[in-house]
Ligand binder design. Structure first.
Ligand code: PLP
Length: 411
């Protein structure tokens, strides 16, 4: 009999969204007239912008002619897109990158999940808590976690709590860690780390030989001046950090699929005998072996994001979501709820009132005002007692939801 990778059996069930769907379906069956508004979704709702659509139509036509048809492209992405990324997303911040340091991919989910393959299974992993679950689960699959303990934590993982008590700024680990996942702006808390905080992490990584895996999937939502858009704005980060960016929330590519990962050549990790190897080389090897590139049509669509029209159009969509975020945040604050995020991110993270746990608050919101959000406990142990609402809905629903919360929610 073939043996399985038993680490998969250590994973917690994908309980969160299934349980939300079950509770909503049960309520709806008992209350068919209820008009349920979903503010739990982490997916965009606005269509691709015209500049992207036009570029993709043009690329489709190119695929129809022998002279312009494209087959397999470079696994790392086409240079036309890589150069736009470097010129627009990095050069304005004084960051210099080589074409072979940017890898175009089909999504940050794959990249943040796959990157751990480059690292030894004995590495110690630190993960902010609560956070996007992919970092944890992929390390569980790889065997870095041990078995889930009764406290809901994996003994092999160093959890870095981010709560209102520490202003959502993770403290440096007390023990030495090798891989550090940071997500800024953060999903689910919607909070960000200013330069001074990121500098602490870069300094820690340099001192301890750690690598920072910096997920900036929500970079486009940063509005405040002192928040770094890239970890490479911090001096020395190009020696210790890998950065992930995505077109998903930037330009509505959640279903179209395009992202990129920056692996500077200077970022190193060592063999047991202490020989240093460039992670850029290893990532290139991994991608060329296991990945065959993002479709030409999609990369042309992503390239159009950087045109003048593309920039104006995607900015309008991001502003639309951020107006929703403001409506949600201010609405919650106005009735005395503690709300965080929503200023540099499309997520609003609220403290459940009266010591309710995350699921109790979920049920209250569903039954009192017919609104669905996401229980914070689903994002990690420190998410208990919090709740996530998202700004990706349409304006009408967002306004209606907040009006209901203000007038009908009792707690
Ligand atoms: N990183 C974070 C923090 C996310 O919240 C998400 C999606 O929700 C992703 C990465 C995945 O992005 P992509 O659509 O590029 O796979």
């Amino acid at each position: 009999m073939a043996l399985i990778n038993e680490n998969y059996l250590k994973l917690q069930g994908s309980y969160l969204f299934a349980e939300i769907a079950r509770r909503v379906a049960t309520y709806k069956a008992q209350n068919p007239a209820s008009n349920i508004i979903r503010l739990g979704i982490g997916d965009v709702t606005q269509p691709l912008v015209p500049a992207v659509i036009n570029a993709m139509h043009h690329a489709v036509d190119e695929m129809a002619k022998a002279e312009t048809f494209r087959g397999y492209g470079p696994e790392q992405g086409y240079n036309f897109l890589i150069n736009k990324v470097i010129e627009n997303d990095y050069a304005p911040y004084g960051i210099t990158l080589g074409e072979d340091e940017v890898f175009i991919s089909d999504g940050s989910k794959s990249d943040v999940g796959n990157i751990q393959e480059l690292f030894g299974t004995n590495n110690t992993v630190a993960i902010t808590d609560p956070v996007y679950p992919v970092y944890l689960d992929t390390n569980v699959m790889a065997g870095r976690s041990g078995k889930l303990g009764p406290d809901g934590k994996f003994p092999g993982i160093v959890y870095l709590p981010c709560t209102a008590e520490n202003d959502f700024k993770p403290a440096l680990p007390e023990t030495k860690v090798d891989m550090i996942y940071l997500c800024c702006p953060n999903n689910p808390t919607g909070t960000v780390l200013p330069k001074s905080e990121l500098k602490k992490w870069v300094d820690y990584a340099k001192k301890n030989g750690s690598v920072i895996l910096f997920d900036a999937a929500y970079e486009a939502y940063i509005c405040e001046d002192d928040i770094p858009h890239s970890i490479y704005e911090i001096e020395g980060a190009d020696e210790v950090a890998i950065e992930f960016r995505s077109f998903s929330k930037l330009a509505g590519f959640t279903g179209t699929r395009c992202a990129y990962t920056v692996v500077p050549k200077k970022v190193m990790a060592v063999t047991k005998d202490g020989t240093a190897h460039s992670l850029n080389k290893l990532w290139n090897r991994r991608q060329t072996t296991k990945f065959n590139g993002v479709p030409y049509i999609v990369q042309r669509g992503a390239e159009a994001v950087y045109t003048e029209a593309g920039q104006a159009e995607i900015r309008a969509v991001v502003d639309y979501y951020m107006t929703n975020a403001k409506i949600i945040r201010e609405g919650l604050l106005s009735i005395g709820l503690e709300a965080y995020g929503g200023v540099n991110a499309p997520y609003i993270w609220l403290k459940t009132p009266k010591g309710m746990d995350s699921w109790e608050f979920f049920d209250k919101l569903l039954t009192n005002v017919h609104i669905v959000g996401t229980p914070g406990s689903g994002f990690g142990p420190s998410g208990e007692g919090y709740f996530r609402l998202t700004a990706f809905g349409n304006r009408e629903n967002t306004e209606e939801a907040i009006a209901r919360i203000k007038t009908k929610l009792s707690f």
